[in-house]
Design a protein around this ligand. Structure first.
Ligand SMILES: Nc1nc2c(c(=O)[nH]1)N[C@H]1C(S)=C(S)[C@@H](COP(=O)(O)O)O[C@H]1N2
Ligand SMILES: [Mo]
Length: 264
C-alpha cells in the first residue's frame, strides 16, 4: 500500500514511523535491537494506517494511531506475561548501597506522611471497603525479597523490600480478581495502574519495609507496591488509595507517553 504525498499530508512520516517503532518494540526489551531493525525496515505509513484504522492526515489522527499502537503493545505484553515466572532474586550482599532515590521531584521535596492519621483507602470492585491503619497491615503475614529495580532513566539497583503479599491482600478484601486493573493514588500527585495478573504475581508485595527497617520517606513511606516484574515507574510509593476497576486508569508517566504495561 502506498500513500501518495498530498498537500493534505501535514505530517512528518519518518518521525511518525520512528515513534510507532519505538512504541511497538518496547514489547520485548531483550529482543529490541533486532526487532527494531526489522520494524524500521518493514513498517510503512500505509501499514501503520491499516494496523490502527486511522487515516494519518493530521497531528490528531497520528496521535490517535500512536495511542492505539501503545495499547496494542500493552495487550501483547499482557499475553506474553507469564504469571508463574519469577524475577531473579539476589543475596543480601548484593544490595546496592545507598539505594538510589527517584521521583518526579527532588529528594528535598519528599512527602512526609504521618503514621497516626494515615489510613489506606480501598475502593472499587472490592467487597470490604474498610480503611487500613499501618498496624492492620503489619498484623498480616509478612514476606521479603531482594530484587532488582530497573528505571527507564538508565539505572538499576538491587534492594530488599518486605511486606504483605499483594495477592493475599486482594483476596483478603474480596477484590474482584477477574477485573482488569488495579489503580493507585499516592500522597504526592503520582498515580499509576497495573494489570490484574501482575497484581496477583507471587513477587508483587505491598512493601512496608526497606532493608529490614520501616520504609523511609524517600522510598515511599508508609508503603509502596514493589513488583520486580515491572519497571520503576510502575512501582508506586506513598500509596494513599488502591482501587480495583475495569476502566483504564492510566498513570502519571503513562499519560505522558510511557508504555502502560511497563514490564521489565
Ligand atoms: N509516589 C511516587 N511513586 C513513584 C515515583 C514518584 O515520583 N512518586 N517515581 C517512580 C519512579 S520513576 C521510580 S524509578 C521509583 C523510584 O523509587 P526509589 O526512590 O525507591 O528508588 O519510584 C516510582 N514511584
Ligand atoms: Mo523511574
Amino acid at each position: 500500500m502506498i500513500i501518495k504525498p498530498t498537500t493534505r499530508l501535514a505530517i512528518d512520516g519518518d518521525a511518525v514511523l520512528k515513534e510507532a517503532v519505538n512504541r511497538i518494540s518496547h514489547a520485548s526489551r531483550s529482543a529490541q535491537p533486532a526487532r527494531r531493525d526489522f520494524l524500521r525496515r518493514s513498517l510503512t505509513l500505509g501499514g501503520l494506517a491499516m494496523l490502527t484504522g486511522c487515516t494519518l492526515v493530521d497531528e490528531a489522527s497520528v496521535e490517535t494511531a500512536l495511542t492505539r499502537i501503545s495499547r496494542m503493545n500493552d495487550e501483547v505484553q499482557g499475553w506474553l506475561f507469564d504469571p508463574n515466572r519469577l524475577a531473579p532474586t539476589y543475596p543480601d550482599s548484593m544490595i546496592t548501597r545507598p539505594f538510589p532515590f527517584n521521583a518526579y521531584y527532588g529528594e528535598d521535596e519528599v512527602r512526609e506522611v504521618a503514621e497516626s492519621s494515615y489510613r489506606l483507602e480501598v475502593t472499587g470492585l472490592v467487597a470490604d471497603k474498610r480503611k487500613w491503619a499501618l498496624s492492620d497491615l503489619r498484623a498480616m503475614p509478612q514476606t521479603d525479597q531482594v530484587t532488582r529495580h530497573i528505571c527507564v532513566e538508565g539505572w538499576s539497583a538491587i534492594g530488599k523490600w518486605g511486606g504483605v503479599s499483594f495477592a493475599r491482600f486482594l483476596r483478603h478484601v474480596g477484590a474482584d480478581l477477574s477485573a482488569k486493573y488495579v489503580g493507585f493514588k499516592c500522597a504526592d500527585d503520582y498515580f499509576t495502574s497495573i494489570d490484574m495478573p501482575t497484581a496477583l504475581h507471587p513477587q508483587t508485595v505491598l512493601a512496608l519495609t526497606y532493608d529490614g527497617q520501616p520504609l523511609p520517606p524517600k522510598y515511599g513511606f508508609p508503603m509502596k507496591l514493589r513488583m520486580p516484574t515491572k519497571l520503576g515507574y510502575k512501582n508506586p510509593k506513598h500509596i494513599q488509595a488502591i482501587f480495583v476497576t475495569n476502566t483504564y486508569p492510566g498513570g502519571y508517566w503513562e499519560d505522558q507517553g510511557y508504555n502502560w504495561f511497563g514490564g521489565s
